[in-house]
Design a protein around this ligand. Structure first.
Ligand code: ADP
Ligand code: MG
Length: 395
């Protein structure tokens, strides 16, 4: 990684402003899932161990530039305090004279959490004056919010430039570093054979990704709603399956150029309604009659995918292979998750729903890497620049 990290700067006795991704699910005023808070602990503890004063900031939900009481950060501060075993003072804004005074008064080893950055419309607008106000709070800016790194907002991108203008450093935190290192290896230098698995709802979201992957991988296994458009391109009637007519010509071209490297399902689970309790059958992909829709890959496809994965050194998976949210159509996704969990290869799961499916199957810790940010991981894997990363100091 060609960016500076907190290990490259002296933080002792300094005030560190840390952008974390504490965009956690809340339920009845408490944190329902603290995975993202846990993921930020190594960076926070690293800074505290070195006598920094730690100022944390994050967005939470979509308050649309206004104060929304239910989206205040108080429950997050409470949970973080429990996890850290020390007090975490929650402030009621993220900029302004009172915040500046509170932050000036901090002692090394203290932790404060600023209020939801998205209470200000300037956050999403990446307003330079607002970013400068954030930067004025600290000596060092640390970005550990991988999940928000694909957004050029004031607390992720503008602040990094603003602190540099004031002579301060803008560096990556430990979580950010870990995410970029694992994903970077998969993008730049995957060990071959490199097999990619793609699923999810729509092909149009991911066409550039498919093209990218076909240039780099040895085999590309396609399932999920995405496969339907390929079936259509092959001239199959796909009944009432989700298909993107507009993308059929592209799918045709991809089928032609990829030859035997592109592997499609050989059987599919179809249902007579988009419903977990619908009647279901396993058929060949060219046997889907009208009134029926493809909701999962079939058992023969799992076997086909298993042989295609044989001997792989790197596996990259994005997109569920069926409508895994419905238990009766989750088996294909779960079976492939189990295959990956049993492999010696480097296994990387990109994308929000894919990561959720792997977690739901209880197999996340059997994978080499499951990124904390779905959207950010996908953009990175597609080869796009993450603006918040680009803004950090060069290493
Ligand atoms: P990710 O977030 O991992 O990148 P996507 O957002 O592209 O994945 O797609 C996830 C969605 O795709 C899931 O909600 C799943 O229900 C849906 N999906 C998968 N297979 C099908 C299918 N055959 N028909 C309709 N939707 C599907
Ligand atoms: Mg998604």
């Amino acid at each position: 990684m060609n960016k500076k990290t907190i290990r490259d700067v002296d933080v002792s006795g300094k005030r560190a402003l840390v952008r974390v991704d504490f965009n956690v699910p809340l339920q009845e005023g408490t944190v329902a899932d603290d995975t993202r808070i846990q993921a930020a602990l190594p960076t926070i503890e690293y800074l505290l161990d070195r006598n920094a004063a730690v100022i944390l900031m994050s967005h939470l939900g979509r308050p649309k530039g206004q104060i929304v009481p239910e989206l205040r950060m108080d429950p997050v501060a409470a949970r973080l305090s429990e996890l850290l075993g020390r007090p975490v003072k929650k402030l009621d804004d993220c900029v302004g004279p009172e915040i500046e005074a509170a932050v000036q008064a901090m002692q090394p080893g203290e932790v404060v959490l600023l209020e939801n950055t998205r209470f200000h419309p300037q956050e999403k607008a990446n307003d330079p004056a607002f970013a400068a106000q954030l930067a004025a709070l600290a000596d060092v800016y640390v970005n550990d919010a991988f999940g928000a790194a694909h957004r050029a907002h004031a607390s992720t991108e503008g602040v990094a430039r603003a602190i540099r203008e004031r002579g301060g450093a803008a560096v990556a935190g430990l979580l950010m570093e870990r995410e970029l290192t694992f994903l970077g290896r998969a993008v730049e230098n995957p060990e071959h054979p490199f097999v990619a698995i793609l699923g999810g709802a729509k092909i149009s979201d991911k066409i550039s990704f498919v093209e990218e992957l076909l240039e780099r991988c040895d085999r590309l296994l396609v399932g999920g709603g995405m496969a339907n458009t390929f079936f259509k391109a092959m001239g199959f009637g796909v009944g009432d399956s989700l298909v993107e007519e507009d993308a059929v010509p592209t799918a045709q071209a991809l089928l032609k150029s990829s030859g035997s490297r592109l592997i499609l399902p050989v059987d599919v689970v179809i249902a007579d309604a988009f419903d977990n309790d619908a009647r279901a059958r396993v058929v060949a992909p060219n046997e889907v009659s009208s009134g029926w829709r493809i909701l999962d890959i079939g058992p023969k496809t799992v076997t086909t995918f298993e042989s295609a994965l044989g001997g792989a050194k790197t596996v990259l998976w994005n997109g569920p292979l069926g409508v895994f949210e419905m238990p009766n159509f989750a088996e294909g996704t779960r079976a492939v998750a189990r295959l990956l969990a049993g492999m010696e290869a480097t296994t990387i799961i990109g994308g929000g729903e894919s990561a959720a499916a792997v977690r739901q199957a209880g197999l996340a810790d059997r994978m080499t890497h499951v990124p904390t940010g779905g959207g950010a991981s996908l953009e990175f894997l597609e080869g796009k620049t993450l603006p918040a990363v680009a803004a950090l100091d060069e290493g």
